[in-house]
Design a protein around this ligand. Structure first.
Ligand code: T1G
Length: 699
């Protein structure tokens, strides 16, 4: 065995050379890896004893892509293309041995090998689009030559991970070998290639699948149209599509050049910087400075949910989907039956779309048992309360749970903003009480705000963070304050949106500005969708707000065909003259004169106070990092990931400009715009949110 460099070994077993990579955590194509591979293949391909070469990786996965941490800096050593040329140009067949996830540059390296074998648990993909890029090492040129243009378009614009069996059927992989016996399987395959004297098959030489798409521009136009809504605002999908178009319309080497040009456009653009920032932000959020990997976690084998309403049912589904038994408690039989009925309908809807099988519907429903008695929760490992947002009700429930549940059971609340320390005070085990704030619909939304109360133990925090990953959620640890992090910042935006209407901006103007910024929907369209009468009580309504007047007129949103907007029979929204009159009457009654408000002012008034609120959250220690706040807003509220998040966006604008604008607004509209002390400090020190050290712990 020859150690080529610290991460690359070369051994020769009989007539097969084996290049082994071992560069944790994911064998990313760092400079050291590229240097090792380049040298190893030059040596292996020149070694007369070897008649074939196997490329295999140690650790959890085959190469998972270029090293994203290197982007933006000078790339030293051999380029990825140099490594690929050494492999594809090798005088003897090269077999890629794939386990884990061969992604991005990893799959692009494998596609330069002459053959590919994989274990059944492996997955392959080109997920560069998720970090605002495209496969920049020939992936957009080689992939369509194997799987065809339409499948290639789907893969490069979704970034999907394709399981090995499907990859075999698509021709991306040549053979599946026994799980856990990849090395033996790959060497055996290499020997078969030698024995059969198979050709040095190069993907780049096979144009059959490309020919089928030649002269059919409609393939690309139809794909663009079908995905317009999903790709709205993003730059990367379009450049991926253009690169695959180049594969069809240009000779291979010309296509590579076009791919490189389209790649560089994205790499130099603002969106990829934001999406790469977000990639690491999401992983950083899993790291709790004072709750390390050494903290023991509590096994969660069964969960109790209190409340079978929309939230309770949705929360229950998350655990059932992950194979965890659930007992869901209601006080009335009809409420329990209704709640379980909604859960079944949700599963059946997913099954009708092919998301799960009918058998899985039954399996998952079988894991959710309804009960009318909280006493049945005596043996569960975790309870999540999801009832009305009333402190007295919650405290009563927690006092009962404290009596009923076994020692060590975690007592969680799904409250969206009530004081969890007060809820915990109803128990004798505040160390076991934690906030688990799901977002509606709870079985769909990825975000889970995990709220650390004053006495919540490290074990309960560590368990909750681990459980979040197990149920497919993106968890962010936050502190106890009104609205925690997400809703507290939302409040700042909603407040300004309402005030702007009272100054002369129409709801549809504000919605348009925020939609064009990249949000899936503006606040008023969102209110119409949810229903204007949430929390509205007719008897108490005095017509003191635009919402009151609309509800009193039975304009309660989409469900009544009118709210802020008027809706046609297909629920298409259009600005409403009725609403416009109500607003103008309100403005006149309030003694104001409506004024024309620019799109720029609308955006600044809605977004800058969000950034300022984020700064306050950080200085109060209610979030660990600015990037945690961005993970909350990307996953809980639809902040466009190609803009990174409110705090990343604040850095892009410049904290000094945010501060100046907040001071300007404060001078004209009062202290609700008072800049956060942290923002002032940052500007005085010339630093940014990204450079702030993480808070040592949530306060
Ligand atoms: N570069 C650098 N670090 C990476 C990395 C990468 N490509 N992928 C993962 N890491 C780090 C990650 O930050 C974390 O670090 C640790 O590895 C474990 O990751 C030319 C231009 C492979 C499915 O986009 O999808 O190739 O927090 O927590 O849940 O065309 O990581 O431990 O310090 O996510 O088991 C294309 C990105 C790159 C794949 C594993 N490749 N990675 O998931 O672990 S661009 C990707 C993933 C490219 C070429 C282009 C996942 C994973 P730390 P993890 P996981």
């Amino acid at each position: 065995m020859t150690a080529i460099n610290p991460v690359t070994d070369l051994t020769v077993e009989g007539d097969v050379a084996i290049v082994t990579l071992n560069s944790p955590p994911v064998n990313a194509l760092s400079q050291k890896v590229r240097e090792g591979l380049h040298a190893a293949f030059q040596q292996a391909c020149a070694d007369g004893a070897a008649k074939a070469v196997v490329l295999i990786c140690e650790g959890r996965t085959f190469i998972a892509g270029a090293d994203i941490t290197e982007f933006g800096g000078a790339m030293g050593g051999p380029s990825l293309q140099d490594v690929q040329d050494a492999i594809e140009g090798c005088s003897k067949p090269v077999v890629a041995a794939i386990h884990g996830t061969a992604l991005g540059g990893g799959l692009e390296v494998a596609l330069c090998c002459h053959y590919r074998v994989a274990v059944p648990s492996a997955k392959v993909g080109l997920p560069e689009v998720n970090i605002g890029l495209l496969p920049g090492a020939g992936g957009t040129q080689r992939l369509p030559r194997i799987v065809g243009v339409e499948k290639a378009l789907q893969m490069v614009t979704s970034g999907e991970h394709v399981p090995a069996k499907a990859a075999l059927e698509m021709g991306l992989v040549d053979e599946l070998v026994d799980e856990g016996k990849l090395r033996d399987g790959a060497v055996a395959y290499a020997k078969k290639v030698i024995a059969e004297n198979r050709p040095l098959r190069k993907v780049r030489d096979n144009d059959d699948k490309i020919q089928e798409a030649k002269g059919k521009p409609e393939i690309f136009e139809n794909f663009r149209k079908a995905n317009a809504r999903k790709f709205r605002g993003f730059m990367a999908p379009e450049n991926n599509i253009k690169a695959v178009e180049a594969a069809v319309n240009l000779p291979f080497d010309e296509g590579l050049k076009q791919e490189r040009k389209l790649f560089n456009e994205l790499m130099m653009g603002p969106q990829s910087a934001a999406q790469r920032y977000y990639f690491f932000a999401e992983r950083q959020a899993q790291k709790i400075p004072d709750v390390g990997d050494d903290v023991a976690t509590i096994p969660i084998k069964s969960v109790g949910i209190i409340g079978a309403g929309t939230m309770g049912g949705g929360i229950a589904m998350n655990f059932a989907n992950a194979g965890i038994d659930v007992k869901i408690v209601e006080v009335k039989p009809e409420a329990l039956e209704r709640g379980l009925g909604v859960v079944r309908k949700n599963y059946e809807r997913t099954a009708s779309r092919g998301g799960i099988t009918a058998q899985q519907v039954e399996e998952r429903m079988g894991r959710i048992k309804g009960t009318l008695s909280m006493e049945d929760l005596a043996d569960v490992d975790l309870v999540i309360e999801a009832v009305f947002e009333r402190m007295d009700i919650k405290k009563d429930i927690f006092a009962n749970l404290d009596r009923i549940c076994k020692p060590g059971a975690i007592l969680g609340t799904n409250t969206s903003g009530l004081n969890i320390n007060e809820i915990a005070s109803a128990t004798k085990r505040p160390e076991s009480v934690i906030g688990l704030h799901f977002f509606s619909p709870a079985n769909v939304m990825k975000l889970l705000e995990i709220v650390r109360a004053d006495h919540t133990s490290k074990e309960v925090i560590a368990t909750s963070m681990k459980l979040a990953k197990q149920i497919g959620k993106i968890a962010v640890l936050v502190g106890v304050c009104p609205g925690f992090v997400g809703n507290r910042i939302l409040g700042a935006r909603q407040r300004e949106a309402q005030k702007l209407v009272m100054e002369g901006a129409m709801p549809w103007d504000i919605d348009r500005v925020l939609y064009d910024f990249g949000f899936p929907m503006g606040p008023f369209a969102m209110s119409d969708l949810a229903g204007l009468d949430i929390g509205w009580v007719k008897e108490r309504s005095k017509g003191e707000s635009i919402r009151d007047v609309l509800c009193e007129m039975d304009r309660r949103g989409q469900k009544t065909g009118a709210g802020y907007y008027d809706y046609d029979e297909n629920r298409n929204a259009k600005p409403s003259p009725v609403t416009e009159k109500i607003i103008n009457d309100f403005i006149v009654k309030s003694g104001r004169n409506p004024r024309k408000i620019s799109d720029e002012e609308i955006l600044e008034r809605c977004i800058y106070p969000m950034i300022n609120e984020g700064a306050k959250i950080l200085e109060e220690g209610k979030a660990l990092r600015a990037s945690d706040i961005d993970v909350v807003w990307v996953n809980g509220y639809g902040w466009p990931v190609y803009r990174g998040g409110p705090m990343f966006y604040g850095d892009q604008i410049g904290p000094d400009k945010v501060l100046a604008k907040m001071k300007e607004f404060e001078a004209t509209m009062g202290d609700v715009f008072k800049p956060a002390a942290l923002l002032e400090k940052m500007v005085a020190e010339g630093t940014t949110f990204a450079k702030l050290p993480a808070n040592p712990r949530i306060l």
